[in-house]
Design a protein around this ligand. Sequence first.
Ligand SMILES: [Zn+2]
Length: 124
Amino acid sequence: MKQWFRRLMYGRNGMDTLANVCLIAGLIVYIVAAILDLRWISLLFFALVIYAYFRCFSKNVYKRRNENAAFVDFFALRKKMFKDRKDWKYIRCGNCKAYLRVPRNKGTLDVTCPKCKSVFRVKG
Ligand SMILES: [Zn+2]
């Protein structure tokens, strides 16, 4: 049994953070749909579970890992933004859309984007 499962999962993505979040979100959707008696929402539950299993059994590991990294980075940045909200302000570069962190309460600053080197003025 164990060997069979090992052979089945060889070269596949397996469970990652995004798949786990999809399953947990699917479970929450299912419970909410059951409590409120909304049958059509169960389609969302099935979509989330199918997507989670698609990710788990996908053999395109490179693409699934990149999607998972983008997902994890998105929430890591939001967490950092929330943590730094008193002392730092996050802005996006008007040229390349990169996130820049500028100090708050320092007046108007000329900021140079480290990625594309464009300069713009920011009110701190
Ligand atoms: Zn830039």
